[in-house]
Write a protein that binds this ligand. Structure first.
Ligand code: SF4
Length: 367
């Protein structure tokens, strides 16, 4: 009889078996979101996910002390430690079939056969998800990097050297401008200010700071910004933003990216596209919600929050959701002590397969 061998390294582990082929199921704790889809799908009940007790929290007594942090979401509570489920797989029961790897929305479990992940093997189906950033469209403004709840995006922006640039001027057509502030917000050199001091809005461009990267021109939704080149022999002409001197790289860490879509939602240049595997709904029962915040802690996608307090009398204890970014993993519902959250998966997108057991496993994720 061939036995599986379990090797642990900190909170990560892998289960191995060699017989003709080598199968290795690896688990990465820092990627696991504790949703329990693996546990629900395992055909031999080899997986156990510990119930996590929500942390006891108390309102901060000094709310009216004027301490600014208290107006922020997490600071409403005395304890904002991350809570996390503990996942274990019994090596004696596990048959290394890979179903848990196929259904894991976070990529925390992965089965490899002879060193090749089953996600790269057409014979094994898997959830269809993707996240991409089109570097041709990207302004390297770093908004996605700041919004990503898993810190999975790195924007490596290279600002041009002023000495190497064609010179010119950035001009704003104040008739066209709607003063949305996109140019000022995205300017990497902080050279643009929307001036409201005089009572009338105006756009002020600091020519000393401007690096002529044309991010402002690309970002302007009404085409009110003109970049005029004055350093070439052709005389003045409107510079094409495609020739902008700003460059960079946009890198998504596929191991930790959970395909929530925040990058797509905040990108001003439509450069990010995300595909989620599940369609569904997330419902909050306000009557049942005890505002313990456990769901906020476990949600890998920063979907749930208590809105910021607006001042005395408003403690921001009303749970709200940004459902566009919910991947419908169900981790929040699993930890809620009051069953105030209901996550329903109505559709699951997976690669084609003729295997009845795999189809049954994916279909069982719908509820
Ligand atoms: S809110 Fe959505 S993404 Fe967040 S834990 Fe719940 S189901 Fe998962």
């Amino acid at each position: 009889m061939v036995k599986n061998i379990k090797e642990t390294e900190g909170k990560n582990f892998c289960i191995k078996r060699s017989l003709g082929e080598e199968r290795v199921l690896s688990f990465k704790d820092h990627v696991c979101v504790g949703c329990g889809l693996c546990e629900a799908t395992c055909p031999v009940e080899a997986i156990s996910l510990d119930e996590v007790a929500p942390i006891e929290r108390k309102y901060v007594d000094t709310y009216f002390s004027g301490h600014e942090k208290i107006a922020q979401n997490y600071a409403l509570f005395t304890n904002d430690n991350e809570i996390k489920a503990k996942l274990d797989i019994c090596e004696d029961k596990c048959v290394l079939c890979g179903l848990c790897s196929g259904v894991c929305p976070a990529g925390a479990l992965e089965l490899a056969i002879d060193g090749v992940s089953i996600k790269e093997n057409e014979a094994y189906p898997h959830l269809v998800t993707s996240a991409e950033i089109d570097e041709d469209k990207c302004l390297f403004c770093k908004k996605c990097e700041a919004a990503c709840p898993r810190e999975s995006i790195t924007i490596d922006r290279k600002l041009p050297n002023r000495a190497d640039l064609v010179t010119g001027e950035i001009e704003v057509d104040e008739e066209e401008c709607i003063y949305c502030g996109a140019c000022a917000e995205l300017c990497p050199a902080e050279a643009i200010v929307v001036d409201k001091a005089t009572g009338e809005e105006s756009i002020v461009i600091d020519k000393e700071k401007c690096v002529y990267c044309l991010v402002c021109k690309k970002a302007c939704p009404v085409d009110a910004i003109k970049a005029v080149c004055r350093s070439c022999s052709y005389g003045e002409y409107d510079l094409d933003p495609a020739k902008a001197a700003i460059t960079g790289n946009a890198i998504i860490d596929s191991e930790t990216c959970i395909k929530c879509g925040w990058c797509e939602g905040v990108c001003p240049a439509d450069a990010a596209t995300v595909k989620q595997a599940f369609k569904g709904t997330l419902e909050i029962d306000e009557e049942k919600c005890g505002t313990c915040g456990a769901c906020i802690d476990v949600c890998p996608c920063n979907v749930l929050s208590f809105p910021k307090s607006t001042g005395p009398g408003d403690r921001g204890t009303h749970l709200v959701k940004e459902e566009d970014y919910c991947i419908h993993c169900g981790a929040c519902a699993k930890v809620c002590p009051n069953e105030a959250l209901t996550v329903t998966r109505t559709d699951v997108d997976y690669t084609p397969t003729s295997s009845k057991s795999w189809i049954a496993a994916f279909e069982a994720l719908k509820n």
